[in-house]
Design a binder for this molecule. Sequence first.
Ligand SMILES: [Zn+2]
Length: 124
Amino acid sequence: MKLRFPKGVKNFEVPIYDQRVYVTTKQSEVDAIDRYMHCGNIEWHLRRHSAGYCVHEVQEQTGIPLFLVVLRRPIKPHAIVHECGHLALMIAERVGIKVSYDDQEPFCYLLDWLFAKVTAELKR
Ligand SMILES: [Zn+2]
């Protein structure tokens, strides 16, 4: 049986870095993505009761990276910023951008852009 990525999960592309980000508020989608990824990452489950979390995993069979932001309802703006901070660092690491005090703009622009995008996805 061919493993397919769960349909209907909100997502967007980060064009300049060519990465896809998924956003969900539903545990059922997290579980479906977890099965698809075959990662068996227990931390996904340990984090079930937090306000949100962010995951960067690579699909075992295809090598395709996945970024996932999970937010619990009711969604708080500070939780979105917090997870977008993690997301920006994960994307930067993935694409080889060095985040440093001496060169702050790449990280801050990415964080700013991700926050706007994740917020817009959650409203769709
Ligand atoms: Zn955190």
